[in-house]
Structure formats: structure tokens, C-alpha cells
Ligand binder design. Sequence first.
Ligand SMILES: C[S@@+](CC[C@H](N)C(=O)[O-])C[C@H]1O[C@@H](n2cnc3c(N)ncnc32)[C@H](O)[C@@H]1O
Length: 222
Amino acid sequence: MVLRALLAVLLLGALPAGAGGGGHGNPSDLGAYARALTDPARDAWQRPDAVVDALGLRPGSVACDVGAGPGYFTLRLARAVGADGRVYAVDVEPALLAALRDHLEAAGISNVTPVLSVPSDPLLPARACDVVLVVNTYHHFPDGPTYLRRLAAALGPGGRIVNVDFEKRPTPVGPPVGHRVSRDAFVADAAGAGLEVVDEPRLLEHQYVVVLRPAGGIIQRP
Ligand SMILES: C[S@@+](CC[C@H](N)C(=O)[O-])C[C@H]1O[C@@H](n2cnc3c(N)ncnc32)[C@H](O)[C@@H]1O
């Protein structure tokens, strides 16, 4: 139990972009990282089912999980959108996408498309996503505002971007405070990318949840 807690503190997005031994801000032991990210003990503070419920997905929706890792949220999104829906699971790290494929196969889930992206671009199809979900990943992007514009270009009509990330204060889990992006800094980046806040559900003790849409319905392409 102590080991689990330690892993959660050390590994959940522990490093800024480019600083991790494993590349892309990830630790070098990607197997241990994948296990920490999918550890059921995480549910107590991450409340994944409450987060997915708040996304308003329906059967047939398209959800885009950006920085999906080994699929802690992806599998839940896949169940929420059902057989007629689709999840694009985007990540830059092939080993974590391989772990995701293993989890999908073990769970018998076939409505997920893994996408091996590049650091500056999620490589999502244009106008494909009803919801883009980004969890504990924003600080990994090399240029946040430009990345947000690329995510906006992937939104379909009425689409939303939902960012879940750690408050910039000490918490029992999460990366070092110095590596975090505060809620206010994130919202300022979003405004610079032509996105406006439409909701901020208070779901989580240690994290903010910010829901964005293109300001005035206008998507500013990068
Ligand atoms: C802290 S993990 C979060 C994983 C997942 N969202 C979760 O909550 O379990 C951050 C993830 O972002 C990925 N990542 C890092 N830089 C990225 C980038 N530029 N584009 C897409 N994914 C990136 C990492 O490989 C890692 O899987």
C-alpha cells in the first residue's frame, strides 16, 4: 500500500516535457509507470466514473482521450460511448499505447482507435471529437496554447475540451508543485487559443476540471 502511494506520487506526470528518462516527461521505467497509472487505488481520488459521467457522452459519441497512456480513462470512455461510438486514444509513447492495446484486448473492447501522435500535434482527424479529454497531461505539451488550437480543430459541432489537472498547491498525490500548471494559467492559455470556459464542475479534491468551447463558436486554427 505504501509502495502504491509512493508510485502515485512519483509517477503521475512527474516531470516537465522533455525531462523524463523515458522521454516526453515520462519516467524511464514505463512498465511501472503503466501499472501506477492503472492502479485501482487511484480511483479514490481520481473518481474516474464521476469524471466520465460529467462529460455528457451518449451512445454513439466520439471521445478523444489525449495523453491516454495505458488507458485508465480510455476504457471507461469506450464503455460510455458504446459499440456505435468511438474513442481516439492519443499518446506519443509507443510503449504506453502497447499497454493500452493489451488492456483493450483483455477487456474485449473494440471501439478504440489508438493514435501514435507527435509532441506538438495530436494528429486527430478534423472535426471528429464530441469531447476531447486531457487528464494530467497539459504540462507535457511543448507549447500549450498551440496544442489547444490543434485540439479545437479536432472538435465537431458543439464539441468540448475538458482538462483535468492538479491544483498548483501541495496535494497527497501528483507531480511536484513546480511542474504543475495552475487553473488560472491554464484558463489564460485557453483564452489565448480562442477557447472560453463553459463549466467547472467541482468533482475532485486535488484537481480542477475545466470545460472549454471555441469562443463564439469560432475555431482558431493553428
Ligand atoms: C500523467 S500521464 C496521464 C495518462 C492518462 N491521461 C491518465 O490520466 O491515466 C501523461 C501522458 O501524456 C503522454 N504525453 C506526454 N507528452 C505528450 C504529448 N506531447 N502529446 C500526447 N501525449 C503526451 C505521456 O506519454 C503519458 O501517457
